[in-house]
Design a protein around this ligand. Structure first.
Ligand SMILES: [Zn+2]
Length: 207
């Protein structure tokens, strides 16, 4: 799996393009829909999926435009599918004072689901806490963690639908994965799971 990272200028949300065997998955299109399409072309791939790690506005500002440009189905965790039609839950209203809504997702994801991308498989790990439908996406040597896990921190739980005890259970699940995995978070730098298990205070028992 090839993974290309893009950090948005204004909001500093990370987007990712996963590429395998002539297909790509655009993860969290926070800005510049055209980038996902042109970067895919550059890799000899077509955008096959649009995937959201969760339903917050800062991860989907370019969603509408990308859907029209790429014509690819949208995938989101089952528990966050309502965010698309609810500007309160997506935080569009709070952050932007706008009631922005989107068409429903073509596919909702549950724990253990598999997404076939080109010659590889992405496994869905349901990690509620930051939002009820937050998901992590596991592939050969990495995991996209959205706002569930950052380098040395975790996502907030005080937004609508957030739940701290769920987040703690989700983090425990992540500690059971291969420590050599690279983590690709929704904000901030990439890191390794091992560094989080050893030094992230939300994962090593300090907090
Ligand atoms: Zn978020």
């Amino acid at each position: 799996m090839k993974i290309i990272e893009r950090i948005s200028d204004g909001l500093e949300s990370n987007s990712y393009l996963l590429v395998s065997g002539g297909e790509s998955a655009a993860v969290d299109p926070s800005e510049d829909a055209g980038w996902f399409v042109s970067e895919s072309l550059h890799c000899g791939a077509e955008v096959r999926y649009i995937i959201l790690t969760h339903g917050h506005y800062d991860h989907m500002l370019a969603l509408g435009e990308l859907r029209s440009l790429a014509g690819a189905p949208l995938l989101i965790g089952e528990g966050d599918s309502d965010c698309l039609a609810d500007p309160h839950r997506s935080l569009f209203r709070m952050a932007w004072g706008r009631n922005k809504v989107f068409d429903p997702a073509e596919r909702t994801l549950r724990d253990g689901d598999r997404i076939i991308l080109g010659e590889e498989e992405i496994r869905v790990i349901s990690t509620p806490g930051h939002t009820p439908g937050s998901c992590c996406f596991l592939f050969d040597r990495g995991i996209v963690t959205g706002d569930t896990l950052f380098d040395m921190s975790v996502g907030r739980c005080d937004f609508p639908g957030g739940n701290e005890s769920d987040l703690r259970s989700s983090l425990v699940r992540l500690t059971q994965l291969d420590r050599d995995l690279t983590i690709y978070p929704g904000h901030g730098p990439t890191s390794t799971l091992e560094r989080q298990i050893m030094f992230n205070p939300f994962m090593n028992g300090e907090l």
